[in-house]
Design a protein around this ligand. Structure first.
Ligand code: ZN
Length: 272
């Protein structure tokens, strides 16, 4: 993968040799894994802009995290896309290592990188928007931008040209696996009321990218974007079931904190 073509720099800031060279080598390798896939090339080509350079640099702290977005460099007229990403922290002995075998969905190096690249893409296209409200059954996504990044990375995981992968990720809180119910076809739209509207808005914000994901990956295991483009009316209708799912999940959450089920049900059913 030609980094210059994608206006991308790997900056090993803060590292000393030989860690510097290793960092550049490793990140370039993980970018190549992304670039080898259909969905990865769709994403990288959608981000690529002559006036929007991208910098990938180590995450500034050893905490388990990676960040994607944009920043304005001093004196620069335009924004720079930024990813802070340290592959080692996501290794089995790094700070993101977890003993729990269930906590590994979406956690491979290239999957982390793809997720952050989706954030950069949203920043590059001026569509970054954390404001839209998630409904109760989607609260595991934290906010709209994380929902979009997790959704796209799950399509990347489903992409058949992506040969080494973990599994579908349930949300943005941890790396737990998606439930079979949510993973089945149209499962996203029946999981919560707001899902339909958020997917619709994402497709309106970024039509070229989302149509490419829909057309080129139409028959993969998990692609709610393709389902939205093919069956918009059905997806909208299913969001009514999503509303009922929200209520059922809300009742379960109240029961979990000790409220008797009939009382919890009454609260939720009386809510607007
Ligand atoms: Zn994120």
């Amino acid at each position: 993968m030609d980094l210059r073509y994608y206006n991308t720099t790997i900056n090993p800031v803060g590292l000393v040799s030989p860690a510097r060279e290793k960092y550049v080598r490793d990140v370039h390798e993980h970018l190549k894994w992304v670039h080898r896939t259909t969905s990865g090339r769709i994403l990288l080509n959608s981000i690529r802009r002559p006036n929007f350079p991208i910098e990938i640099r180590p995450h500034p702290t050893a905490v388990c995290n990676a960040v994607g977005g944009s920043e304005r460099k001093p004196g620069a007229a335009s924004l720079t896309g930024v990813i802070t990403y340290t592959p080692f922290t996501f290794s089995s002995h790094g700070s993101c290592a977890v003993d729990h075998a269930m906590e590994k969905a979406g956690r491979l190096w290239d999957e982390i990188l793809f997720h952050e690249l989706v954030h950069v893409f949203r920043a590059a296209t001026g569509s970054w928007n954390q404001a839209p409200q998630l409904t109760f059954g989607m609260r595991q996504y934290d906010d709209n931008e994380e929902f979009i990044a997790v959704l796209c990375t799950n399509i990347y995981v489903s992409d058949r040209t992506n040969k080494i992968k973990s599994g579908l990720r349930a949300g943005h809180q941890g790396f737990g696996a998606m439930t079979p119910q949510d993973a089945r076809r149209f499962g996203l739209f029946t999981s919560s009321k707001a899902a339909f509207g958020l997917v619709k808005q994402f497709c309106a914000d970024n039509p070229i990218f989302t149509k490419a994901l829909s057309d080129k990956l139409a028959d993969v295991e998990y692609n709610p974007i393709a389902d939205f483009y093919r069956y918009p009316k059905l997806c909208e209708l299913l969001s009514t079931i999503g509303g009922l799912t929200d209520k059922a999940k809300m009742i379960d959450a109240l029961v979990a904190v000790g409220i008797p089920r009939p009382v919890a049900a009454q609260f939720v059913m009386l809510a607007p």
